[in-house]
Design a protein around this ligand. Structure first.
Ligand code: DGL
Length: 272
């Protein structure tokens, strides 16, 4: 494995770009290949077997591009498919759940942690299990917030509809007096300001994506496969549908221009 090989990142769509943004600031010299499964998003309302099947196809696509590690940016895929991917593939596979849980344990003082995510992430109790494994005296309160995904995609980051929906979703967690809230979905960091406003300034928000980028760096260093180049890394983007829309949203998310977005055929993806 060559140190200059890219890091492969996949998500169900555009949300994983929040993870790219975190890696961009901590590991700017790494080359990145991103795959967003925009034809089959959302994963958060699909069955476990479907999410595992899609995740394996996404990972195989990245492997066909000679990636040196895989980052599962999608929290839903991380909750459900991580173990299957680690069993099937030899290269390191990093997910969002353990890094997010570790960061939350470090942050909490009253041991009351809230978790928000997709229906699938919440019903699989991925974060609860990870948190309780680290500290069984933690109280965890989970809430699925599915409408946050389309609101983030629309760019309604401070719209009054977003505030109303956040008030509805977060009211139970507020009552529980959590002091830490895990943003357990790729899209939620985009709505960070509204979420912080509604849950209260005293609650610490944990962005699993930025927690995971610390783990990515540790993995690369531990295996001696960090890119040693002094140049800024290249980014290549692939999606399974509508590259034009991905490009527009990606530029808004990343705050910079994205040269080209390649479309790959879903039928091809299934047989890699
Ligand atoms: N990427 C998904 C996640 O982080 C959110 C969008 C979806 O449901 O696919 O859970």
């Amino acid at each position: 494995m060559n140190n200059s090989n890219p890091i492969g990142i996949f998500d169900s769509g555009i949300g994983g770009l929040t993870v790219v943004k975190s890696l961009d600031s901590s590991l700017a010299n790494e080359n990145i290949i991103y795959f967003g499964d925009t034809a089959r998003v959302p994963y958060g309302s699909k069955s476990n077997s479907t999410v595992i099947e899609y995740s394996k196809q996404d990972a195989k696509f990245l492997l066909s591009k000679n990636v040196k590690m895989i980052v599962v940016a999608c929290n839903t895929a991380s909750s459900i498919a991580l173990e299957s991917l680690r069993k099937e593939f030899e290269i390191p596979v990093v997910g969002m759940i353990d890094p997010g849980a570790k960061a939350a344990i470090m942050a909490t003082k009253n041991k009351k942690i809230g978790v928000i995510g997709t229906e699938a992430t919440v019903s699989n109790k991925a974060y609860s299990n990870a948190l309780l494994k680290l500290d069984d005296s933690i109280n965890v309160f989970e809430k699925a917030c599915p409408l946050f995904v389309p609101l983030a995609e629309e760019g309604w980051t401070d719209h009054k509809a977003t505030i109303l929906i956040a008030e509805e979703y977060l009211s139970e967690l507020k009552k529980e007096k959590i002091d830490t809230l895990i943003l357990g979905c790729t899209h939620y960091p985009i709505l960070r300001n509204v979420i912080q406003e509604v849950i209260g300034k005293n609650v610490q928000l944990i962005d699993s994506g930025s927690a995971a980028s610390v783990e990515v760096e540790a993995y690369l260093a531990g295996r001696g496969i960090k890119n040693t180049s002094n140049n800024i890394g290249t980014h290549q983007y692939y999606v399974s549908d509508v590259p034009k829309k991905f490009k527009q949203i990606a530029e808004r998310f990343l705050g910079r221009e994205v040269d080209h977005v390649n479309k790959i055929d879903l039928e091809e993806l299934k047989i890699i």
